[in-house]
Design a protein around this ligand. Structure first.
Ligand code: FSO
Ligand code: SF4
Length: 552
C-alpha cells in the first residue's frame, strides 16, 4: 500500500505516506492496492479512448464510467473491496471493447494500431488474490523516480481525481461534454505513461486546473437549471421534533428524490455537511419537510450520526467508519460511496431509508432555533456586486477574504476560525466547502446591509467566487491580483487540490493553503510553486492577517 493523497496521511521521519496495513482514514492495504489497480486500468481505458477518438469512436459508457470509478478512489469515498473489484472488472471489459473498436477502425483504414502504454496492456488477474498480487505495478510511487517528479505526477493524479469527482456530480445533472471527456482521457492516458518530464507535468497540472474550471461551470449550470439560483436564506441548524432523515454529501439529485418520496409521510429531512447549500435553492423550498441542517462537517459524523435519531444517507464523500458510532444499520450509501456491510442503494427507490426512519424514534422535541444565512452563490453575489463596489469606493469595505475548502479534525484548523473572527470589521468573508463549519454559526454582522459572512455554497461553488472576483476586477478595471482579495484554502482532499489548480491556472497569485502543505509536494516543488505563483502555507492567523493587511 502507498497512499499520500490527503492531509491526514502518515508523516514519519522515514518518509511520508500511508504505507502499512491501514491508512489513517481506515482504508485497508488491500482496498488501497485494489484502488491503485483500478486507476491503472482506467488509465489503460483512457489510452484506448484517446486512440478511438481519432476515428470518431466515442463510447459514452466509457466517458461516464472512467471519471465515476476514479471518484470511488478519492479519500473517504469507498472502502468496500467487493465494489472496487467490480469496478476493476468493468474497466477491463470496457478496455477490451475499446481496443477491439480501435483495432477494427485501424484495419478498415489500412493502418497499424499503435502500441500503447503499460496500463493499456496489463493482463488482468482472474481473481481478487491475483489482482492483489499484480497491484504492485500500479502503486502511485512505482518506479525509481526523483521526489520532485513523483510530486508532480501526484499533483496531477490527485488534481484529476478531484476533477473526475466534479464531472460525475455534473453528469448526474445531465451535464456532459464530449470535448471535456476527450481532454480528461488525454490527461488520464498521459499519467499512465509515467512521464519524467517535469515541465510537461507542471503544464499538465495547469491543464487540469483549466479543465476543472469548465467542469465547475457545467456543474453550476446543471445545478441552477435543475434547482434555480440559490438566494440568501435563513436556515435552522438544530433538531426539529419528529421522525427524521439526514442527507449528507454533495448530490442534490438524491436529496430531491428523498424529498419527493417522503412527502406526506411525517418525516423531516435535514441536510448535513456539504448538502447545506441545497436549502438555498428555490426548488428545495417547495418542501416544508426539508426543515434545516443538522450537524457540521464530515469529521464530526461519528458523533453527529450516532446522536441523530433517524436514517442517514451518504450521497458522496466523505464517509468514515460507521461502526464506531454504532449506526451502520441505519446509514445508506449511494453512487460511488461504499462501506463493507452497509446497505448500498442503487436506482431511485429510497423506501428502505423511509422504512428505517419510520422505525426509529426521531427527535422528541424542538430545540430553540439557531438560524444562519446561506445562499450567496453566483447570482446573489453578482446582484450584490454594485452595492459591494459602492462600499469599496466609499471606503466601507476595505478587504475581501475567501476562506474555504475542506474541514478536518486537526487542532491546527482552529487557524481558520481565528482568521475569520480576527478579520477586521471592514472586511467581507466569503466561504465555501465544508471548511465553513469552522465559523459559519458565529455572528459577523453587516456592512451597510451587506452581511460580512457570505456563504457561497459547496466546494465546487468556487466557480461562483471566481465570477464575483471577475466582476469586481471589471468594475475596478484591474487585474484579479490587484483586488483587495486574499484567498486562504483549507485543503484536506483531492477536490481542494483541483480547486487550487483551477485558481493557479487562472493566474491567481499569493494563495495561502493550510493547515499543512500536501505531503506529496517536495520542498523543491513547494519552492517552485511559491516562486511561480506566490503560493504559501498558512502561519498563524495573527501573522497572516498582519502580512495580508500591510500589503494591501
Ligand atoms: Fe468537504 Fe469531504 Fe466539498 Fe471535500 S465533504 S472535504 S473538498 O469531500 O468535498 O468540502
Ligand atoms: Fe492515508 Fe489519506 Fe490515503 Fe487514507 S486517503 S490512506 S489517510 S493518504
Amino acid at each position: 500500500m502507498f497512499c499520500i493523497q490527503c492531509e491526514q496521511t502518515m508523516r514519519t521521519p522515514a518518509g511520508n505516506g500511508c504505507s502499512y496495513a491501514q491508512g489513517m482514514c481506515g482504508k485497508l492495504a488491500e482496498t488501497s492496492d485494489l484502488q491503485d489497480l483500478l486507476i491503472y486500468l482506467l488509465q489503460g481505458v483512457s489510452a484506448y479512448a484517446v486512440k478511438a477518438r481519432e476515428f470518431d469512436i466515442i463510447d459514452s459508457e466509457v466517458d461516464t464510467f472512467v471519471p465515476k470509478a476514479f471518484f470511488a478512489t478519492l479519500t473517504n469515498v469507498n472502502f468496500d473491496d467487493d465494489r472496487i473489484v467490480g469496478y476493476v472488472e468493468h474497466a477491463n471489459e470496457l478496455r477490451t471493447r475499446l481496443k477491439t473498436a480501435y483495432e477494427a477502425a485501424c484495419a478498415a483504414a489500412g493502418q497499424t494500431p499503435v502500441e500503447l502504454s503499460a496500463p493499456a496492456q496489463l493482463v488482468l488477474g482472474a481473481s481478487k488474490p491475483e489482482m492483489l498480487a499484480q497491484a504492485v505495478v500500479a502503486l502511485p510511487n512505482r518506479g525509481d523516480v526523483h521526489e520532485d517528479i513523483l510530486g508532480l505526477r501526484l499533483l496531477c493524479l490527485y488534481g484529476l481525481k478531484g476533477a473526475a469527482a466534479y464531472m460525475e456530480h455534473a453528469r448526474v445533472l445531465n451535464q456532459t461534454n464530449d470535448e471535456v471527456a476527450g481532454e480528461f482521457h488525454e490527461i488520464m492516458a498521459f499519467l499512465g505513461e509515467d512521464s519524467i518530464d517535469g515541465d510537461k507535468l507542471l503544464d499538465t497540472a495547469m491543464e487540469i486546473g483549466k479543465l476543472n474550471y469548465r467542469i465547475m461551470e457545467m456543474l453550476d449550470k446543471g445545478e441552477t437549471m435543475a434547482f434555480g439560483h440559490p438566494e440568501p436564506t435563513q436556515v435552522n441548524t438544530v433538531a426539529v421534533k419528529g421522525k427524521a432523515i439526514l442527507v449528507s454529501g454533495h448530490d442534490m439529485v438524491d436529496l430531491e428524490l428523498i424529498l419527493q418520496q417522503t412527502e406526506g409521510k411525517g418525516i423531516n429531512v435535514f441536510t448535513h455537511g456539504e448538502m447545506l447549500p441545497a436549502l438555498a435553492y428555490p426548488e428545495f423550498k417547495k418542501y416544508p419537510h426539508l426543515v434545516g441542517n443538522y450537524g457540521s462537517a464530515w469529521q464530526n459524523q461519528q458523533k453527529e450520526f450516532a446522536n441523530f435519531p433517524g436514517a442517514v444517507v451518504m450521497t458522496s464523500n466523505c464517509i468514515i467508519d460507521p461502526n464506531v458510532g454504532n449506526y451502520s444499520d441505519r446509514i445508506f450509501t449511494r453512487s460511488i460511496v461504499g462501506w463493507p456491510g452497509v446497505t448500498h442503494l442503487t436506482g431511485d427507490d429510497f423506501s428502505l431509508v423511509i422504512e428505517k426512519a419510520l422505525q426509529l424514534d426521531g427527535f422528541a422535541y424542538d430545540e430553540i432555533p439557531h438560524m444562519i444565512t446561506i445562499g450567496f452563490a453566483r447570482n446573489a453575489l453578482l446582484a450584490a456586486a454594485p452595492a459591494i463596489v459602492e462600499n469599496v469606493k466609499n471606503g466601507s469595505i476595505k478587504h475581501f477574504f475567501l476562506i474555504g475548502g475542506c474541514d478536518g479534525d486537526k487542532n491546527e484548523r482552529s487557524y481558520f476560525t481565528d482568521l475569520a473572527t480576527q478579520a477586521p470589521d471592514d472586511s467581507i468573508i466569503m466561504t465555501l466547502g465544508c471548511g465553513k463549519y469552522k465559523f459559519n454559526k458565529l455572528e459577523f454582522g453587516e456592512i451597510n446591509g451587506i452581511p460580512r459572512l457570505l456563504d457561497i455554497g459547496q466546494c465546487n461553488d468556487a466557480y461562483s467566487a471566481i465570477q464575483l472576483a471577475l466582476a469586481l476586477s471589471e468594475a475596478f478595471e484591474c487585474d484579479l491580483n490587484e483586488l483587495p482579495l486574499s484567498i486562504v484554502l483549507s485543503w484536506f482532499e483531492q477536490k481542494a487540490i483541483v480547486v487550487l489548480l483551477t485558481l493557479l491556472s487562472l493566474g491567481v497569485k499569493d494563495i495561502r493553503t493550510g493547515p499543512t502543505p500536501p505531503a506529496f509536494l517536495s520542498d523543491n516543488l513547494l519552492k517552485i510553486l511559491e516562486d511561480k505563483f506566490g503560493l504559501r502555507t498558512t502561519t498563524t492567523a495573527e501573522e497572516d492577517l498582519k502580512t495580508i493587511l500591510n500589503a494591501a
